[in-house]
Design a protein around this ligand. Structure first.
Ligand SMILES: Nc1ncnc2c1ncn2[C@@H]1O[C@H](COP(=O)(O)OP(=O)(O)OP(=O)(O)O)[C@@H](O)[C@H]1O
Ligand SMILES: [Mg+2]
Length: 255
């Protein structure tokens, strides 16, 4: 496989269960080593000498938050990474506050992580990685288990990371509707390989291929394609905002 993440890009990796997304992600900070080929971070292979530096640069939020959360309180858990980086107390406190605020979990600060709900744990796990201020944030199924407000908050949060902090974001998801809203480039995986890659319009134009590998097309392009097939003049769109404009234009064109 050939995967490149450019600085300040937002990349989605999609694929059915067992396609290999989590396995791929575990190569990004040296948890797994490639059995063949090369894995380069900033042009350098991962070595024993630079692995700490690599893990500071690339932060990974695992699919299952239980693999990541283990401190007695949420606050201590989020502080774990920054403390490990050797930051002073004041900086750690500042980073923890900021991460809790960004994830909207300030009220969970004193709670026992083990007793939190699935979606709450997910947010704590993300906060713990954010507090380390990585340049590349890798999120494996970040929306799994989040309620609809939680998903909306996450999308907004990812936009903030991208715009305000210039972070590179790589994520996997089964919620294809989310992909055009968040990603500017998409890799599609099937059985351990990339079967295709491209922008939303390139990927979601060919529904047959996607359904063959157990993936769907987001509802917006699917609906617009269907209207076009019924002879209605409407521009293709992939995000909610673009679709809204396309529908307004189509309706206003009508006599
Ligand atoms: N530690 C392991 N040892 C052996 N096989 C593994 C291991 N971890 C994963 N696999 C296998 O590798 C394949 C890819 O798994 P992976 O977890 O990367 O898929 P995924 O795309 O993340 O799937 P999902 O959408 O369900 O999270 C699966 O067939 C899985 O059974
Ligand atoms: Mg997975």
């Amino acid at each position: 496989m050939n995967f490149i993440a450019e600085r300040n890009s937002r990349i989605a990796v999609i694929g059915a269960n067992g396609a290999g997304k989590s396995t791929l992600f575990k190569h990004f900070n040296g948890i797994l080593r490639p059995t063949s080929g090369e894995m380069l971070i900033r042009g350098e292979p991962i070595t024993r000498e630079n692995i700490r530096e690599v893990r500071r640069f690339v932060g990974i939020v695992f699919q299952n938050p239980d693999d990541q959360i283990f401190s007695p309180t949420v606050e201590q858990d989020v502080a774990f990474g920054p403390v490990n980086l050797g930051l002073d107390e004041k900086t750690v406190a500042h980073r923890v506050d900021e991460a809790l605020r960004l994830l909207k979990i300030e009220d969970l600060r004193e709670r026992v992580p083990h007793h939190l709900s699935g979606g709450e744990k997910k947010r704590v796990a993300i906060a713990g990685i954010i507090a380390m201020e990585p340049q590349v944030l890798v999120l494996d199924e970040p929306t799994a288990g989040l309620d609809s407000q939680g998903v909306a908050d996450l999308v907004e949060f990812l936009h903030t990371l991208f715009r305000r902090y210039g972070m590179t974001v790589i994520f996997s998801t089964h919620q294809v509707d989310l992909v055009p809203e968040v990603a500017d480039y998409i890799y599609v995986m099937d059985r351990g390989e990339f079967v295709t890659r491209g922008t939303a319009d390139e990927i979601f134009a060919g529904p047959q291929m996607l359904s063959r590998i157990r993936l769907g097309v987001p509802v917006i392009p699917r609906l617009i394609r269907s209207l076009q097939n019924h002879g209605i003049a409407i521009e293709m769109a992939y995000t909610f905002e673009d679709a809204e404009q396309a529908f307004l234009d189509a309706f206003q064109r009508r006599p």
